[in-house]
Design a protein around this ligand. Structure first.
Ligand SMILES: *Cc1c(COP(=O)(O)O)cnc(C)c1O
Length: 351
């Protein structure tokens, strides 16, 4: 007997980065914030835990209002989901009737969702230097989704260029995934609400110490947000749990700590990029909380494997064009010193 719907027989699921619960392991593989969750967020979760017998607020007002204020937009221009993965899932499900197109090297979930929802669409190769040429999408149809900054490259498309392209194509929907927006200076959130055809997606997982709480969001004009809510209220009205709503509110009330951690990550990123360059690595200019690197004498898979043997986890993608590269999340200074020491020792062996 086959019970699973035939359309899912060949689905190839997303492979999440390994989550080892071993305190000995230095985790530089899933781009979380390396600094601790602040006390006020933990307190908020603890307090709400006492009320878990009740459903969460399906309007998530308590977090949507301060989130809108943070971006200088209206609450009706904001939607929240169970991680940005859920928001992206709803967007692929509901906003890609004529197809959805994206770069060949980008967030791996886009390909999974496109298959899952059986959307049409094309995969557009990034240029040789891994930058995106927006004009290459001219030959495609339907929605365009891009991660900006992009993963796993860490590169950005300048916001002026992107906004110019969006304005020139009012008939096409643009989904801009700004999961790493806080580490760059190219966010179009403030502008997005002025257009009919842009949805910006963001997350509390990368810059806001809340990967495990699962809180993502979309900012767009009120009409698109309304439509997202129609999809949500048709599938999962209580999509964000009450502890996460409270944690999100607390995180926004503690912006200074978020900013401080983001600045520390950026400083560490600058430092480690230079150190690795000095060791002969090619380091793509990162606008995120990770770096994408390769060394002429060390295959990507070997680098990943050898670090893993030393209890340091980084990410290697078994994918055309980037097999020589590894993606390394920016950890604390202490973690990055250890990473650098082990890497230096590895290179001494191959040199
Ligand atoms: C991490 C990441 C996400 C998913 O974030 P969650 O909010 O944790 O689901 C989405 N898009 C990109 C580009 C990411 O790197």
């Amino acid at each position: 007997m086959r019970f699973l719907h035939s359309k899912f027989q060949n689905i190839k699921p997303y492979t999440p980065g390994e989550q080892l619960n071993n305190p000995e392991v230095i985790k530089l593989n899933t781009n979380e914030n390396p600094y601790p969750t602040p006390a006020n967020v933990i307190e908020a979760a603890t307090k709400v835990a006492a009320t878990l017998s009740r459903y969460s607020d399906p309007t998530a007002r308590e977090v949507i209002e301060p989130l809108a204020a943070h971006f200088g937009v209206k609450p009706e221009e904001v939607f929240v989901g169970n991680g940005s993965d859920e928001v992206l899932s709803l967007l692929f499900q509901g906003f890609a009737e004529e197809g959805i197109n994206f770069a060949d090297l980008t967030y791996g979930f886009y390909e999974v969702y496109r298959q899952y929802y059986q959307c049409k669409g094309e995969t557009i190769p990034l240029q040789k230097d891994f930058t995106l040429n927006l004009a290459d999408f001219n030959q495609t149809k339907g929605t365009i989704i891009l991660a900006n900054p992009n993963a796993p490259t860490g590169l950005v498309t300048p916001k002026e260029e992107l906004l110019d392209f969006i304005q020139k194509h009012p008939e096409r929907l643009f989904i801009v995934d700004e999961a790493y927006g806080d580490f760059a200076n190219e966010s179009i959130i403030k502008e997005a609400v002025k257009y009919e055809n842009v949805v910006v997606v963001g997350t509390f997982s990368k810059s806001r110490h809340m990967a495990g709480a699962r809180l993502g969001f979309a900012v767009s004009n009120a009409q698109r947000i309304n439509e997202l809510n129609r999809l949500k209220f048709s599938t999962n009205p209580y999509n964000v749990n009450s502890m996460t709503i409270a944690c999100g509110k607390a995180s926004l009330a503690n912006q200074a700590y978020v900013d401080e951690c983001v600045q520390k990550v950026i400083a560490t990123r600058t430092w480690i990029s230079q150190q690795l360059t000095d060791l002969g690595f090619e380091v793509l200019p990162s606008h995120t909380n990770f770096i994408f690197v390769r060394h002429p004498k060390l295959a990507g898979q070997d680098f990943y494997q050898q670090l893993k043997e030393k209890n340091i986890l980084i990410r290697w993608f078994d994918q055309e064009r980037i097999r020589d590269f590894c993606r390394v999340s920016i950890g604390t200074d202490e973690e990055m010193h250890k990473f650098l020491n082990v890497t230096t020792a590895l290179l001494e062996r191959v040199n």
